[in-house]
Write a protein that binds this ligand. Structure first.
Ligand code: SAM
Length: 279
């Protein structure tokens, strides 16, 4: 008889957040698939649990997923954990769950902490409707497209970000979304836990020269109603974004206008003309 895949949420900082059910699931597993086996070994040692560990991470997930499914189908019970929080939320696991589901393997969860819901709950911003955006791409073009697609988003937005990329991300968010309320939730459940409730302009200024330490979740207020009622990106806005893009990526004005035209649906010639007037 086929076994089960159990996805187990682990602490995002404070080890006291590992639930008794999570401990039971880890103890009951035949083996544990972990994003970084060294990190998980630390957790298991802390709780006195001894289990065979198998790595499952971004760069081996395709082939390894097949092997894990085959072992589960042969009757073994596998627990999947990531380095912190809920597996499959902005870390590997999403694919394994999909693979198991497609093969008819039973998948169950032992829910645990996740940084996105914890930050949202602490943000002081509306939580009734929200959108989780994960990490912004490192690639400038897809990053800008992602941000542009959110300009009129009314729901509260939640982003993950690494500290060294925070200054650039705050600048880009301010450029594209305009000034908004933001909560920066930092080092959640750890000794230096902090929630900075401020605005994008103030946050961008505060971290302009770096100085961001620890892990961050950004929770950003949705667009005000007027912006969301179909007030599309103006030619002026697109020209400003194109000028910034040309400078950042060393593009010709014409190439930058073309890229913004593709992203906004505005005419390249209009954007180009407005760029000339600005520049
Ligand atoms: N699966 C995890 C979860 O459920 O939250 C997220 C994994 S993702 C690879 C790591 C990102 O989560 C970090 O870059 C940071 O944005 C966020 N994060 C994780 N732990 C955090 C913490 N203690 N405080 C603030 N943000 C945290």
């Amino acid at each position: 008889m086929s076994g089960t895949l159990t996805i187990v949420g682990t602490p995002i900082g404070n080890l006291g957040d590992l639930s008794p059910r999570a401990v039971e699931a880890l103890e009951a597993a035949d083996f544990i698939a972990a994003e970084d086996t060294r990190v998980t070994l630390g957790l298991l040692n802390h709780f006195g649990i001894k289990k065979p560990l198998v790595s499952y991470y971004e760069h081996n997930k395709r082939g390894r997923g097949e092997q894990l499914c085959a072992r589960i189908e042969a009757g073994e019970n596998c627990v999947l954990v990531s380095d912190a929080g809920m597996p499959a939320i902005s870390d590997p696991g999403e694919d394994l769950v999909a693979q198991c589901a497609a093969r008819g393997i039973r998948v169950v969860a032992v829910p645990g902490p996740t940084a996105m819901a914890t930050a949202l709950a602490l943000s002081g911003l509306p939580t009734g409707r929200f959108t989780f955006e994960g990490f912004l791409s490192m690639n400038k073009k897809s990053r800008r497209e992602h941000l542009l697609s959110l300009r009129d988003e009314r729901r509260t937005m939640v982003f993950y970000e690494a500290p060294h990329k925070l200054p650039a991300t705050l600048r880009d968010l301010l450029d594209v979304l305009g000034d908004r309320r933001v909560a920066l939730a930092r080092e959640l459940t750890k000794v230096h836990e902090e929630v900075i409730r401020t605005t994008l302009a103030e946050a961008a200024a505060r971290y302009a020269d770096g100085g961001a330490r620890g892990e961050f979740v950004l929770v950003i207020e949705g667009a005000p109603e007027a912006a969301a009622q179909g007030e599309a990106v103006t030619v002026e806005d697109a020209a400003a974004l194109a000028l910034a893009l040309a400078a950042e990526e060393n593009l010709s004005p014409s190439e930058a206008a073309k890229r913004l035209a593709a992203e906004t649906g505005l005419r390249k010639s209009e954007i180009y003309h407005a760029m000339n007037q600005k520049g």
